[in-house]
Design a binder for this molecule. Structure first.
Ligand SMILES: CSC[C@H]1O[C@H](OP(=O)(O)O)[C@H](O)[C@@H]1O
Length: 348
């Protein structure tokens, strides 16, 4: 995909405003870290790896704008806390901020200009590594995409949700690039419509056949035998393989199990949270109900009626056929395999 979701340009962070896609390609030029935090909170940028990259660049931008090293550590911690407080579910955000903290403390006695460069470089490394990691996920998962099948995906786990290649859509890209021909069905994914607006846009640009359905149509197509495989992204994976992903994923996994359809999660190891044993411990973001009520600028709900908007749900590991990562495809029992692979270096 030609368009970059985010990039650093000399003391600014350029963020593609995904709320305006596919009609308009508009970049928000963030000059302050608070602006970067705002783009994560309001979902101008979204997708677990992408918000991790944004948080890292926000930290680098915050330090970049410091005029002196006065109260450096205290000001650095405030920058990190602002970005930490943006969204609670995607583990990549916290993983990226921890990496920036490690880099800061290993160079905090450098001169301020040197420290600024180190942090900018670390944020750009996180972006570049994400693209390389996504390509490995694609290579590891493409054998699962057989010629002639129909794949269902939910939300957007593509270039727009990452540094620019994609996890679930990275597997589809890699299969397509290797000559395998297949069809994709994309859930609209209300209310933000990541599937209808972003996944369909990405796949259309690559010439990969895609059909949009309402989120409630998936079960009917499965019952008719029209779906051969489901592949989705992830926001946080617990040590036992329980996976938090866009709301509606859990329903798809149950339906896939019922219809004996393989259900795969594609995610980098930076999405796996080894500090939590199972999915019950994953914090699930609750967003303002009014975000459900509006289609664009039009309110479609009766005034004053309540709305409940959980942005994610948790799929228990028993409903997941495999987790496609840069270190290989992890199959059940996930806990043991995740433990073994997490000790192995990325390219090991
Ligand atoms: C490649 S992970 C993308 C992951 O993030 C999305 O959530 P959101 O759009 O709210 O950031 C969704 O859960 C995707 O699967």
């Amino acid at each position: 995909m030609k368009v970059k979701p985010i990039f650093w340009v000399e003391g600014e962070v350029a963020i593609l405003d995904q709320r305006l896609l596919p009609e308009k390609v508009v970049y928000i030029r963030c000059k302050r870290y608070q602006q970067v935090a705002q783009t994560i909170k309001n979902m101008a940028i979204r997708g677990a790896p992408a918000i991790g990259i944004a948080a890292a660049m926000g930290v680098a931008l915050g330090v970049w704008k410091l005029k002196s090293a006065r109260r450096l550590e205290e000001r650095f911690q405030k920058i990190c806390q602002t970005l930490t407080n943006t969204r609670p579910t995607a583990h990549n955000l916290f993983w990226a901020i921890e990496r920036m903290k490690k880099r800061f403390y290993s160079h905090k006695n450098s001169s301020l200009p040197e420290l600024k460069r180190y942090l900018q470089k670390e944020a750009e490394n996180i972006l570049e590594e994400d693209i390389a990691t996504n390509r490995k996920i694609g290579e590891n998962g493409k054998r699962l995409i057989k010629a002639g099948i129909t794949v269902l995906t939910h939300c957007n786990a593509g270039a727009l949700a990452t540094g620019g290649y994609g996890t679930a859509l990275g597997v589809l890209r890699a299969a397509w690039e290797s000559g395998v021909r297949f069809k994709v069905i994309a859930d609209e994914t209300r209310p933000y419509l990541q599937g209808a607006r972003l996944t369909a846009w990405e796949l259309q640009q690559e010439g990969i056949p895609v059909t949009i359905i309402t989120d409630s149509t998936a079960g009917y197509l499965m019952a008719q035998g029209k779906i051969n495989l489901v592949i989705v992204g992830a926001d946080r994976i617990a040590a036992n393989g329980d996976t938090a992903n866009k709301i509606g994923t859990y329903s798809l996994a149950i339906l896939a199990k019922h219809h004996n359809i393989p259900f795969y999660v594609a995610a980098p190891f930076s999405t796996i949270d080894l500090n939590i044993a199972n999915g019950q411990q994953i914090p699930i973001e609750k967003r303002p109900g009014k975000e459900l009520a509006y289609l664009g600028k039009k309110c479609i709900y009766p005034q004053g009626v309540n709305a409940l908007y959980y942005a994610f749900d948790v799929t228990p590991a028993r409903y997941i056929t495999g987790i496609i990562t840069e270190k290989g495809v992890i199959e059940p029992p996930f806990k043991k395999a995740i433990n073994r692979l997490s000790r192995r270096r990325q390219n090991g």
